[in-house]
Design a protein around this ligand. Structure first.
Ligand code: PLP
Length: 379
């Protein structure tokens, strides 16, 4: 197997942190050695061109111009960079859904505390039976004060693919800018950031693209780039260079760090392409089919209906467990300690919990059968 994952663990949680294949890690290590052989040459002279190449490959992969794309260490940093760059007045509204990732909700709440911004919560039902059931409650919450909508492309706890292109278009038609948290989307589905057309879009390379940890991107439409600054202000702020935008200059250097995760992104893309004759798209289809099969096995075993149409999920699926006799954390640890299964158990409304399965290249059907048997035993 190309991954270093412990073969004693039934690992069904690619979604949380990703996992890096060995060829990609080896490339990263080679870059690190090159950096340490001559740090001045690498960081001071070679890095910008190396980053340009890597960013170019990523830009082509997600359908955008590379000048509008910057690397950031993770989606949390990207969301914070946008939220903390924008100017808000008391009473301005930021629209989010109840499927929002907790860390991003906290970033909005920071603005609530600091500027008197209002967080407006759209409740999206789980399970939704169609895209329309996701779109309607979000559009219902738009008001003349809505300054920004922060929406997930793929939700974390509920593992739903939101109809993001339609949401962005309909919000845009009502004058609302969008910040899309695509933490899971890259490598999970065929991603065309240009076509989605969000004002701001971030995605992680270290989850489903299988790049090393600490690699993500932020795409900002050109007319907004002057307003978006990195969390860490560095040399770019007063650079007199005019061969690239201030947006690029500022985000490309935010202080000394290890840039090798960013530089390994093309290797991760090549690796995913190499797994099947049909390349990346075949992998996406296979992972989706496996997630659907895994969900069916678990639902049948627990005697619950598959919660939402297959078209609303990708390579992950969340299955409601109902009220279980122990906390989500207790069940998670029990599955790990007694059955060697690594799978997230996520609390939801009304003491309901989900088990969220992931399906990556290294997973296979028998793992979901094993999880289904163990869940039956435990709950
Ligand atoms: C929807 C969503 N947004 C943001 C994040 C945060 O990603 P990171 O920790 O890489 O910043 C996650 C992580 O799982 C997520 O699921």
């Amino acid at each position: 197997m190309s991954w270093l994952l412990d073969s004693n663990i039934c690992f069904l949680n690619h979604g949380s942190y990703g996992a890096v294949p060995q060829p990609v890690l080896q490339y990263q290590q080679a870059m690190r050695e090159r950096m340490e052989k001559q740090p001045l040459q690498f960081l001071g002279r070679d890095l910008e061109d190396l980053l340009d190449d890597s960013r170019g490959r990523l830009a082509d992969f997600i359908g955008v111009n590379k000048d509008d794309l910057v690397f950031v260490p993770n989606a949390t940093v990207a969301v914070n960079s946008v939220l903390r760059s924008l100017v808000f007045e008391a009473g301005d509204e930021i629209l989010v859904t109840d499927h929002i990732y907790n860390a991003c909700g906290n970033a909005v709440n920071y603005l609530v505390d600091r500027y008197g911004v209002k967080l407006v919560l759209a409740k999206v039902p789980f399970p939704p039976q169609s895209s329309a059931e996701i779109i309607a409650p979000i559009l219902d919450k738009v008001s003349p004060r809505t300054k920004l909508a922060l929406l997930d492309h793929v939700t974390s706890a509920t593992a739903l693919i939101f109809p993001i292109e339609e949401l962005v278009a309909r919000l845009k038609a009502r004058g609302v800018d969008t910040l899309v948290d695509g933490a899971h989307a890259l490598g999970f589905l065929p991603l065309d950031v240009g076509k989605i057309g969000a004002t701001y879009y971030t995605g992680n390379c270290h989850k489903w693209l299988c790049a090393p940890k600490g690699a993500a991107f932020l795409h900002v439409v050109r007319e907004k780039q002057n307003f978006i600054r990195p969390l860490s202000i560095s040399h770019g702020a007063n650079s007199t260079r005019n061969d690239r935008s201030r947006f690029q200059l500022e985000f490309t250097w935010t202080g000394t760090d290890d840039p090798t995760a960013y530089l390994s992104v093309p290797q991760a893309i090549d690796f995913l392409h190499s797994l099947y004759p049909g390349g990346f798209l075949e992998l996406v289809g296979r992972n989706h089919d496996l997630a659907v099969a895994g969900r069916k096995i678990i639902c049948e075993s627990l005697d619950v209906p598959p919660p939402c149409p297959e078209s609303l999920i990708g390579a992950m699926a969340s299955i409601p467990l109902g009220k279980i006799g122990l906390s989500a954390q207790e069940l998670n640890l029990k599955l790990l300690r007694e059955y060697n299964i690594e799978v997230p158990i996520v609390p939801w409304y009304d003491e309901n919990s989900f088990v969220r399965i992931s399906a990556q290249y290294y997973n296979y059907v028998e793992q979901y059968e094993y999880l289904a048997r163990c869940l039956r035993e435990v709950i």
